[in-house]
Write a protein that binds this ligand. Structure first.
Ligand code: AR6
Length: 173
């Protein structure tokens, strides 16, 4: 049965989260970078790196807005679900691609059987998305998803992110 997931906010580092799956704000090449992606690659260790290599061999690259899983490696979580957020653009509205990251990550979580999923604020770091808008899209996408995931946990680095997500959640009532 699918329902709407409970949404909770926590401050902290996503690599230490005890959730079935953690979501990575990756790039299309999947082999790492800065921000949350670099942190997950380091924390996951050799098994995370090897799993990413195998994924790249299988799919080539991951398009913006899409999601694909690997095992987590040396983290409390069992899986990492990689998504590629859109780079912020003032000229073009890319919000449907950002919403797709959340929707597709939850669909992959359903395929895996993950019931608790931790998300960072996708695109709101190196990819430059304004935090208030990124938070609104994240909360709306998770809250409107039909999924077997029981808990969506937004794991937020820093006060700006926490405040933005809190206010996005509050404005949904
Ligand atoms: N736990 C939770 N949140 C974190 C962590 C962490 N350990 N580290 C950073 N954040 P970003 P993007 C927050 O830049 O904008 C990479 O190089 C961060 O403060 O990680 O989607 C990829 O390879 C921000 O609020 O992801 C891509 O090239 C949020 O996570 C590119 O960056 C997202 O910031 C993706 O950029």
């Amino acid at each position: 049965m699918t329902t709407q997931p409970e949404i909770i906010l926590v401050r902290g580092d996503i690599t230490t989260q005890d959730a079935d799956a953690v979501v990575n704000a990756a790039n299309s090449g999947l082999m790492g970078g800065g921000g949350v992606d670099g942190a997950i690659l380091r924390a996951g260790g050799p098994r995370q790196r090897e799993a990413r290599k195998a994924l790249v061999e299988r799919i080539g690259s991951l398009p913006t807005g899409e999601a694909a899983p690997t095992e987590a490696g040396d983290m409390p979580a069992r899986w990492v679900i990689h998504v590629v957020g859109p780079v912020w653009s003032e000229r073009e509205d890319r919000s449907s691609l950002l919403a797709a990251c959340y929707r597709n990550a939850l669909a992959v979580a359903d395929e895996l059987g993950a019931r608790t999923v931790a998300f960072p604020a996708v695109s709101a770091g190196i990819y430059g998305w304004p935090m208030v808008d990124a938070a609104r899209i994240a909360v709306e996408s998770a809250a409107s998803a039909r999924t077997k995931v029981e808990q969506v946990r937004f794991v937020l680095f820093g006060d700006d992110a926490y405040v933005a997500f809190e206010s996005a959640l509050r404005s949904r009532g």
